[in-house]
Design a protein around this ligand. Structure first.
Ligand SMILES: Cc1ncc(COP(=O)(O)O)c(C=O)c1O
Length: 399
């Protein structure tokens, strides 16, 4: 059976049985307005021209594909390649959808753009896009993440956004979403909630996927040009799932390309301190949509944990859930220890300090390379750079 992945989701925002709008009717109405505006504006030549010129001249797209020869030599086996989203302006893939969302907010005449952030990458990218477009920006961030990711906190302040520290619950990503959403609900007509991943109610999983898919379309063409063939395995870390779906979308119909998403196993899958939603979650609802969820017996999200602040979310994008169920994508895990090891090996062998989030996918590539042939290739989405994590890792490892 051939599946036309790009026509997904359906009109109600479902990818198979996941997604939708688990919201009161008045909020559904607002989401439908955003969907309509998005469907209209994205087809206009003016919007496409503006976004593509910003992608090129502002973000620095296309990001290159890099062959990591020393890492490959160390691991043995398959060649390891990176799609360098870490080289984008603001240091991660998040700018790809933030520019799109900020332009849409301006088009819709919204007065304030709001969002949550975990690692601070989405917050910095959104504050940047809002400065560029000229709209007020407000970012909610858990106190634990504020402490861990302070370089990004400083940047957000310099960029002129209002930073709201979140002190409830686990003081991390999920609580930041709850807090930002509450503020959004005070005036959803004039505010725009620019979700930081392929999560939330329809149309956000679709919209963020569309803006991020440039990563995979570029990568597919670049890889073919470089190697005359497609990679054997492509992989990316999965928090909400935006960098992963960004890389994967262009390859979904290439059945010979194995696609693997990497979730954080934190302190171990046999502990309560992980965020392996796809691996150990069950179907539930969070933040206005249905997905695999780490939940208690009453359907409440469980507290989750990862060394990478951008990955500790108890839910996951609905398209990922669907792609797991139809067995097009496999989901594996990497734990904190493997992540830190990959972070250091990548830094010392390649001179590239990766984001802790991305280091999960690097750890997986390092794990499988030796069992593959030398004429095979793995393409990893290097979703961001690790400047934000440098002090934390140095302290943790006593450097
Ligand atoms: C560099 C980087 N990679 C990955 C992620 C995880 O998000 P997603 O799964 O939506 O790509 C984040 C989130 O903050 C991030 O900063």
């Amino acid at each position: 059976m051939t599946i036309d992945f790009l026509t997904m989701p359906d009109n109600e925002g479902y990818f198979g049985e996941y997604g939708g709008q688990v919201l009161p009717p008045e909020m559904k109405k607002i989401m439908d307005e955003i969907n309509e505006a998005y469907d209209q504006v994205r087809k206009t030549e003016a919007f496409q021209k503006e976004l593509s010129s910003l992608n090129k001249d502002y973000t620095g797209r296309p990001s290159p594909i890099y062959f990591a020869s020393r890492l490959t030599e160390k691991c043995g086996g398959a060649g390891i390649y990176f799609k360098r989203e870490d080289l984008n302006h603001t240091g991660a893939h998040k700018i790809n959808h933030c520019l799109g969302e900020a332009l849409l907010a301006r088009y819709m005449g919204k007065t304030k753009v709001l969002a949550e952030t975990g690692a601070g990458q989405h917050g910095v990218a959104l504050a940047t896009a809002c400065a560029l477009v000229g709209i007020d920006c407000e970012i909610h961030m858990g106190e634990i993440d504020i402490e861990k990711e302070h370089p990004n906190v400083t940047k957000m302040k310099i960029l002129g956004c209002k930073l709201v520290p979140v002190s409830r619950g686990t003081r991390t990503l999920k609580d930041a979403v709850d807090s930002a959403f509450e503020e959004y609900l005070t005036d959803p007509v004039n505010f725009f909630y620019a979700i930081g991943s392929v999560v939330g109610p329809h149309p956000f999983p679709k919209m963020v996927r569309d803006f991020q898919s440039i990563v995979g379309y570029e990568a597919r063409e670049q890889f073919l040009e470089k190697k005359g063939k497609l990679p054997d395995v492509i992989t990316a870390c999965v928090g909400g799932g935006s960098n992963a779906i960004g890389l994967f979308t262009a390859f979904l119909e290439d059945q010979d390309v194995k696609i693997v998403g990497i979730e954080p196993a934190g302190k171990g899958l046999d502990t309560e301190e992980h965020a392996a939603t796809m691996t150990l979650g069950t179907k539930g609802a969070i933040h206005g949509f249905e997905c695999y969820l780490l939940q208690d017996g009453e359907g409440n999200p469980l507290p989750v944990y990862s060394i990478a602040s951008g990955l500790d979310y108890p839910g996951v994008g609905p398209q990922h859930c669907y792609l797991k169920d139809i067995e097009r994508i496999t989901y594996e895990t990497a734990d904190d220890r493997e992540c830190l090891d990959a972070f250091m090996v990548m830094s010392r062998l390649e001179g590239i300090i990766p984001a802790l989030e991305s280091a999960h996918a690097i750890a997986y590539a390092m794990r499988i390379a030796a069992d593959m042939d030398e004429d095979q290739e793995i393409l990893v989405n290097l979703s961001g750079r690790g400047d934000k994590d440098a002090d934390f890792v140095a302290q943790r490892l006593g450097l």
